[in-house]
Design a protein around this ligand. Structure first.
Ligand SMILES: [Zn+2]
Length: 487
């Protein structure tokens, strides 16, 4: 499972210090790590726009946290600037005259309950004597400029650091030791974390700097070695799938849950993934799947993003591509592939809400249960179906990978934050199937949400389907040939 629920994530990459304008940053954040589960923040900025600046704090859709505003307190602005707070929209508007610097101070507090639920552990600030975990939007006031073309910069400096090392997802080289300058966009949906037992392994693969950040492991320990080994295998497969070696860096952060009882969950950020797990060893088959799904979001979900109402793509297509890339990496056998897909069929076709139209999916998403799983299952099944249609129509010459690479190529010509629309998807898929067919299947299986009535004629000959109690179950009839086709 995952919880990547963000309405807008910019297309971001690690931005080295040298690439940022070296003049004074627009927003200067100075932080003090407090003893009492809090961080004191002082923000000084020179007005970028006339008369007033509106800031927001947190994002309720980020992990379903409608009361995230409770994590910010004691907000004060130095006179003569004036502060207008609107808790409902989580906004702090500061009005001023002239261009003199404005100073705002506030506290970020740890509001997680003693017994922490899974979403608290992933989406709220955690501040203690030995551990810090906070996403940018939950630590820094986020300026909402009237001119969206302005890209403000910020600096982050600890006046009183916690007594343990810090790691910044947006600037993995520097951590908390020195003042860091970056862009607001790259910091907000990234993570700052630290712990007394934090370890950072850095290594380069195909020119991309990778960081594996763990807690509670000694050098040479099982977790440290097994994660590194897994990452190298999967990285090879997924980067080869996308033919993408363009990133400067990528971080994989894995930390134990504080509360027992959760298994594994995580959230992707711009250049990496934070996953949390329970128990001593990080990796087993399910966890390898979850971590790989989250690494996969670096492409489907970040570099190729549809809006939040189309999670069938962001989550479901990502799930299907995860099956495929794990297979190529040798981390899944054809038998596992068959079992995983059959499990998805079983859960989806027996679900009472399987017919939910697409426009009602996200509205109910945080009800959890099947609502929380529906876009993953529907999207993965549709991707499997579409992969088969493209293979059949092209006589095996093309696959869903060709379609996704064409979407990635199309996306590169668009501005940052561009969200791929259903129309874009239909247009691009029409190079592989007829436009009438693509429009009809999107309307039927995605927009209306009708389950696909599979027959053998819809699948390549290496895969057959049986319908058992109205639930499709596939069987790979020729494993060797299947591996040749799906490797
Ligand atoms: Zn996901």
């Amino acid at each position: 499972m995952t919880n990547k629920i963000i309405s807008h994530i910019a297309l971001l990459f690690c931005i080295p210090l040298s690439a940022i304008c070296q003049s004074k940053p627009d927003l200067q954040f100075k932080l003090k790590y407090g003893d009492n589960r809090m961080v004191h923040v002082k923000l000084v900025y020179t007005p970028i726009e006339k008369d007033s600046t509106r800031f927001t704090y947190g994002e309720p859709n980020f992990g379903g946290q409608p009361d995230i505003i409770k994590c910010i307190t004691n907000v004060n602005v130095d006179a003569p600037a004036k502060l207008i707070t609107d808790a409902a929209s989580r906004s702090f508007t500061i009005s001023y005259s002239g261009e003199k610097p404005v100073t705002i101070e506030y506290d970020i507090v740890d509001t997680t309950t003693k017994k922490k639920d899974l979403r608290q552990e992933l989406f709220r600030p955690i501040i203690s004597n030995d551990y810090f975990y906070c996403h940018g939007i939950n630590l820094f006031l986020n300026p909402q400029l009237r001119n969206a073309d302005l890209k403000p910069t910020l600096s982050i400096e600890w006046k009183h650091q916690p007594n343990f090392p810090l790691f910044y997802g947006f600037d993995p080289e520097h951590g908390g030791k020195k003042k860091v300058v970056s862009t607001v966009d790259s910091v907000m949906f990234s993570l700052i974390t630290g712990a007394t037992d934090l370890s950072v392994d850095k290594f380069e693969l195909h020119g991309v700097k990778n960081y594996i950040v763990l807690r509670g492991v000694a050098k040479g320990s099982y977790n440290r070695q097994s994660i590194r080994h897994y990452f190298e295998q999967f990285n090879e497969s997924i980067r080869s799938f996308w033919n993408d070696y363009s990133d400067k860096c990528f971080s994989l952060i894995l930390q134990p849950f504080l509360e027992s009882g959760h298994d594994v969950a995580g959230v992707a950020f711009a250049n990496g993934f934070i996953g949390k797990y329970t128990a001593d060893t990080i990796l087993n088959a399910k966890r390898i799947y979850t971590i790989s799904h989250e690494v996969g979001h670096h492409w489907i979900g970040h570099k190729l993003e549809m809006n939040i109402n189309n999670q069938w793509f962001g989550e479901g297509f990502n799930d299907y591509i995860t099956f495929k890339t794990l297979l190529s990496a040798g981390l899944l056998t054809p038998h596992d592939f068959e079992n995983r897909l059959n499990e998805v069929f079983k859960l989806h076709y027996s679900s009472a809400i399987r017919n939910t139209p697409n426009d009602s999916v996200f509205a109910n998403y945080w009800k959890m249960g099947d609502y929380n799983k529906l876009p993953y299952r529907r999207g993965a099944i549709f991707a499997f179906y579409l992969d088969n249609q493209i293979r059949l129509a092209s006589d095996g010459k093309q696959t869903i990978r060709d379609l996704l690479l064409s979407i990635a190529f199309f996306r590169m010509s668009k501005p940052s934050k561009y969200e791929i629309s259903i129309e874009d998807f239909i247009n691009l898929a029409s190079a592989f199937l007829t436009k009438a067919k693509v429009s009809a299947i999107i309307d039927d299986y995605i927009v209306k949400g009708n389950p696909i009535l599979f027959t053998n004629a819809m699948l390549i000959p290496e895969i057959q389907v049986n319908i058992e109690n109205d639930i499709p179950q596939i069987r790979i009839v020729d494993e060797k040939r299947f591996m040749e086709l799906f490797k």
